[in-house]
Design a protein around this ligand. Structure first.
Ligand code: SF4
Length: 317
């Protein structure tokens, strides 16, 4: 059984201009011990997909169809308090800005101890020892001294590590890492990604890695799904994706990678559509160099198999 299976998720937003869909039949699977990268430009629906899993969508959003199965149980059919239990014990979030998850009024150590007491049945000195070990495991230097410090005394990279330590303390089976390194400088980014890789290997934790950075995907993911305007447009195992990239949007993203800029500066023309843009047919057609107007502007391409474990939504196939 897959650890997480999202099937045909449809979500929309109530806005001043009316109701608009932001996710259209989004489906993806995450297996235990695998890193699945969800890639795309800002506003394509990556983060709202993650927030749907956690039951943390804004009040203006509404899920109108689909299911989110965690170990076979539909998270869309359970109460908020049950969902809160899942968030604590099974699914953890590593946000882009760790300060949104850390309480500035408590020491990092106290926040960790609280989680350890709740999830590991360790108390007092034992919980404190486990907390220091957890900080040490995510390579926070001088973990014993850092235990007594407040989040503001930690650097950005250390705060992100503290959040990872908290996710581990919950024994989370699935970690949702939402652009976890975007706010960090390059060397710290690499260290954080290495810690996540180590966790996956040691604890068999699954990771949903949300990113706009294909270089991060290449180095860290087992499987990749590319999102555009609320749709998954391509899905494949990572090796296969980079070897036989199929969808024109994915090809454009790859060509825009910095290492290719020496050869030829490339940017996908235009901008991703706004939620209220009423684009008929393939949502990428006004940016696509292969657009076949009679077809692409009228019909929506289905996600179909283009190889082993490889799907793409494009009429060129
Ligand atoms: Fe381009 Fe048409 Fe394929 Fe869309 S369906 S990506 S417009 S070729």
């Amino acid at each position: 059984m897959d650890l997480l299976e999202i099937n045909n998720l449809v979500l929309g937003f109530n806005t001043e201009k009316g109701y608009f869909n932001a996710l259209n039949n989004v489906s993806l699977k995450i297996h235990t011990g695998e890193t699945h990268a969800l890639v795309g430009e800002s506003g394509c629906g990556k983060s709202i997909t993650a927030m749907s899993i956690l039951g943390l969508i804004p009040k203006t959003a509404k899920i109108t169809d689909g299911e989110i199965l965690f170990k076979g149980k539909n998270l869309l059919g359970i109460s908020q308090s049950e969902l809160k239990d899942y968030r604590g014990a099974h699914i953890a979030l590593i946000p882009q800005d760790p300060m949104t998850s850390l309480n500035p009024l408590y020491t990092v150590g106290n926040q960790l101890v609280e989680i350890i007491e709740l999830h590991q049945n360790l108390y007092g000195n034992e919980a404190k020892r486990a907390a220091i070990e957890a900080l040490d495991n995510v390579k926070i230097p001088s973990a014993k001294e850092r235990f007594n410090q407040y989040p503001y005394e930690f650097s950005g990279g250390m705060r992100q590590r503290a959040i990872i330590a908290m996710a581990l303390a919950c024994n989370a089976e699935l970690i949702i890492a939402d652009e976890p390194t975007t706010a960090l400088d390059v060397t710290i980014q690499a260290q954080i990604m290495q810690i996540l890789k180590d966790i996956k290997k040691e604890k068999n934790t699954a990771i949903l890695l949300i990113t706009h950075d294909l270089a991060v995907v290449y180095q860290n993911a087992d499987e990749v799904s590319v999102m555009y305007a609320g749709n998954i447009v391509e899905n494949a195992k990572t090796d296969e994706f980079f070897k036989n990239t199929n969808h024109p949007y994915s090809i454009g993203l790859l060509k825009s990678l910095p290492e290719n800029r020496n050869k030829k500066l490339f940017a996908i023309k235009g901008h991703p559509p706004m939620i209220n843009d009423n684009i008929k047919g393939c949502k990428f057609h006004n940016r696509c160099e292969f657009n076949m107007p009679d077809l692409c502007c009228k019909k929506i391409p289905d996600l179909r198999h283009v190889g082993e474990n490889h799907c793409s939504a494009c009429f060129l196939n």
